[in-house]
Every structure is written in C-alpha cells, then in structure tokens.
Ligand binder design. Structure first.
Ligand SMILES: NC(=O)C1=CN([C@@H]2O[C@H](COP(=O)(O)OP(=O)(O)OC[C@H]3O[C@@H](n4cnc5c(N)ncnc54)[C@H](O)[C@@H]3O)[C@@H](O)[C@H]2O)C=CC1
Ligand SMILES: N[C@@H](CCC(=O)N[C@@H](CSC=O)C(=O)NCC(=O)O)C(=O)O
Ligand SMILES: [Zn+2]
Ligand SMILES: [Zn+2]
Length: 368
C-alpha cells in the first residue's frame, strides 16, 4: 500500500512529505493507522545528526497513537480496530530483561530496531524500490506503519488520539521516572532541570505523589508560569543565579532527595548529582546527550551517598503500564491538554521543530 510520510533524507535537512510504499504486516506484525503524533526533542536530536544511531533516509517520530488496520499471521493480542500506542521500548515478556523484573529495557528486537529495521532485518518502507529506514521501531511521522505486536500497547477506545499520543513518550517518560524509576515518596524535595515536554511531566507526577518542595531550573523564563501551574514551588533561572547547586542546597536544607535532568546537557547532569542530599539523594538522568559527550563528577560525591541513575521511557513496561497511564489521563489524574500547545497537519511538521527550537512550544502534535 501507499502511505503519506515525512522523510528525513539527511541530517540537518527539513523533512519532506512524500508518498511511500509500505509492505504489509508479516508474522507477528501489525499494520496501524497513526491518527496523531507528538514531536519530541529526541526526534530533533536524531535529525540534527548528533545521534550515533541516526540513520538516513528514515521516517522519524515515536510519540503516536492510532488504530489497528490489519494483523499478520500469529498475532494474538490485537485485532482490527483496536486502539494502540506504539512502543519504542517493547515488552515481549519473554527475554532475559523482561523476565528479570529489574528493568523495562526489553532487548528482544533492540539490535534490528537500532539499525532502522524490522525484526527480520528488512524495512517495510521504500520509495522507488529503495528502502527508507524505520526509527525507534515506530516511525510515527508516517500515516501508516507496520510494527511488531510486542511494540504496541492496547488502550481504551474512548481516549482521544490527539492527547494520548503524548503518552507514547513524554508523559510516560516524565511521570514514569517519578513513579517507577525514583519511586518518589510524599514529603520529598524534588529538583527538575529542564521544564519542557518531559520536565513538566516530572513536575506533575512529583505533585501527584505529594512531594514537598518542587524546584524547577530552566533558562527560559517563560517556563515559570506553566511549571507553577503543574506544581512547581520554586524557580531557578541559571542565567540569573551565581551558583545553581548552592541555591538548591540552601532551599532544601542540604540538598534534593531526588533530582531529574530533563535537558540532555552534561553540565546540568553534573549539577543534578551535586545538588542532591549527602547520604541518599538520587539524580535521575533522563536527558539524551549528544555522541561523544561524557559526564563527570568527583567520585567523592558518590562515596558520600549520592546516586546517579538513568531512566528510559520512565522505567515503564509499555504493554502493562501505558494503558494504565491512559486511564489516569481519562480519570483526570494527569493533565495532558495544557501541555499540547500547538497542533499541525503533517505538511507543516517542520514548523513543529522550529517551535521546539525557539522555546515557544511545550508539545506540538501532528494530526493526520
Ligand atoms: N530518557 C528517555 O526515555 C527520554 C529522554 N528524552 C530526552 O529528554 C530531554 C528533554 O526532552 P523535551 O522535554 O522533549 O525537550 P524540550 O526541548 O521540550 O525541553 C528542554 C528544556 O530545557 C531547557 N534548557 C535547555 N538548556 C538548558 C540549560 N542549560 N539549563 C537549563 N534549562 C535548559 C529548555 O529551555 C527547555 O525548557 C531531551 O534530551 C530528550 O532527548 C526525551 C524523551 C524520553
Ligand atoms: N540513540 C541514542 C540514544 C537515544 C536514547 O537514549 N533513547 C531513549 C529514549 S529517548 C526518547 O525520546 C531510550 O529509551 N533509550 C534506551 C534505548 O535502548 O535506546 C544514542 O545512541 O545516543
Ligand atoms: Zn521522546
Ligand atoms: Zn523482552
């Protein structure tokens, strides 16, 4: 079949809208019509050329929601018309990682996914017979996609696609980092570096669990108002603060119980560790730093009890946890609507990237 998609031909170039050939689902695969997709900073990161796994030409996008159109042989858990969210972190429930119950990082298809291919090491997308690569196993900047069954969360049919697409990455990443990775407890002091599409979700989850002080750090002063609406109690603008770590230590009587780095900057990653409380403070790294970047600190920071942890997709097990997060949204426990600041047709997707780069948008959503 044919599908309309935004193609990333090479690093740094704007996406172009093309008609693409899409092969149907093979064994264990599902054809999905994507109804809406968010644009995440990670799409921009890969498009910029900074991602060592970046591969071109490809179809980016990993924050989608849609409907099952057809299933391949052997698919058992999904059928036509089911509503789904594609998962860049699948959940096979059979690999060593899934069975460990210690991580959400299912590895059953990770190596082919990282090479822009389906599990059988081929692409379903092509133009004039030349393959176009998949991205993060999802490629939600295409109206129709083929994905493995294990990379789809089935969600309730009354949830609006234009909102729950954001659960495909940003909401789950931020909320999950608080609930599943850090397991923040009521009364904890929390610091959030970067008040964008991820950081604001960290803030709303920290408020949800009853955190005490919720300190936001961002260079963009316009982020203060929306972050306060979501539960931030104190704001630090590094551009106006001599020493961000000292300011946090003072505000929290010794340091944060939990800090979250939601920028992808190795300097703020260091600050996010060093602003933690001696003896127990945990710094959760969410931001994705460019190829070649490294983090550093004095080992004494770790010897004295501060902990550095990472969080991918919020530590969520997609097929199990994503449907629950959709329920929380539908029950009014999570605010997604106010974070979706812009809505665009696919033809204007490059404007979505511009709005992100200029700091005007929190999330732009593309509607098919
Ligand atoms: N680990 C994971 O599973 C995931 C990681 N990410 C990563 O999380 C990061 C954040 O993503 P989004 O929230 O979508 O990005 P965003 O662009 O919406 O937000 C970033 C925020 O950081 C602020 N900022 C930039 N430089 C700063 C600095 N030096 N000091 C203070 N504030 C600064 C910006 O003003 C902006 O408000 C990115 O690196 C993205 O790739 C995103 C999704 C999932
Ligand atoms: N390809 C990048 C790493 C990108 C990365 O860290 N991705 C996150 C999700 S970011 C979503 O917006 C993730 O889940 N990582 C786990 C994984 O297995 O990729 C690089 O090579 O630097
Ligand atoms: Zn993302
Ligand atoms: Zn697995």
């Amino acid at each position: 079949m044919k599908t309309k998609a935004a193609i990333a031909w090479k690093a740094g170039a704007p996406l172009t809208i093309e008609e693409v050939d899409l092969e149907g689902p093979k064994e264990g695969e599902v054809l999905v019509e994507i109804k809406a997709t968010g644009i995440c900073h990670t799409d921009y990161y890969t498009l910029s050329g900074a991602d060592p796994e970046g591969i071109f030409p490809s179809i980016l996008g990993h924050e989608g929601a849609g409907v099952v159109v057809d299933v391949g042989p052997g698919v058992k858990s999904l059928r036509k018309d089911d509503h789904v969210i594609p998962l860049y972190t699948p959940e096979c429930r059979q690999c060593k990682f899934c069975l460990s119950q210690k991580t959400n990082l299912c590895q059953s298809i990770r190596s082919t996914q990282g090479r822009g291919l389906m599990p059988d090491a081929t692409s379903r997308f092509s133009i004039d017979g030349k393959p176009i690569f998949h991205y993060m196993g999802t490629s939600t900047f295409s109206n129709y996609i083929v994905v493995p069954e294990i990379a789809l969360a089935k969600v309730r049919p009354d949830a609006p696609f234009d909102k729950i697409c954001y659960i495909g990455c940003g909401v789950t990443t931020g909320v999950g980092a608080v609930l599943f990775t850090a397991k923040v407890e009521a009364g904890a002091n929390v610091v959030v570096f970067g008040l964008g599409g991820i950081g604001l979700n960290v803030i709303q989850a920290a408020k949800m669990v009853g955190a005490d002080k919720i300190i936001g750090v961002d260079l963009n002063p316009a982020r203060q108002a929306i972050a306060r609406k979501f539960g931030m109690t104190h704001f630090i603008n590094p551009g106006e603060t001599e020493n961000v770590v000292d300011a946090i230590v003072q505000l929290t009587d010794g340091g944060a119980d939990y800090s979250f780095e939601c920028i992808g900057n190795v300097t703020t990653m260091r600050q996010s560790l060093e602003c933690c409380h001696k003896g127990w403070g945990q710094s959760i790294i969410i931001g994705v730093a460019a190829a070649g970047q490294e983090i550093s600190t004095r080992p004494f920071q770790l010897v004295t009890g501060r902990v550095w942890k990472g969080s991918a997709f919020g530590g969520a097990r997609g097929r199990t946890d994503v449907p629950k997060i959709v329920d929380w949204y539908m029950e009014g426990k999570l605010n997604i609507d106010d974070l979706i600041t812009h809505r665009l047709p696919l033809e204007r997707i490059n404007e979505g990237f511009d709005l992100m780069k200029s700091g005007e948008s929190i999330r732009s959503v593309v509607l098919y």
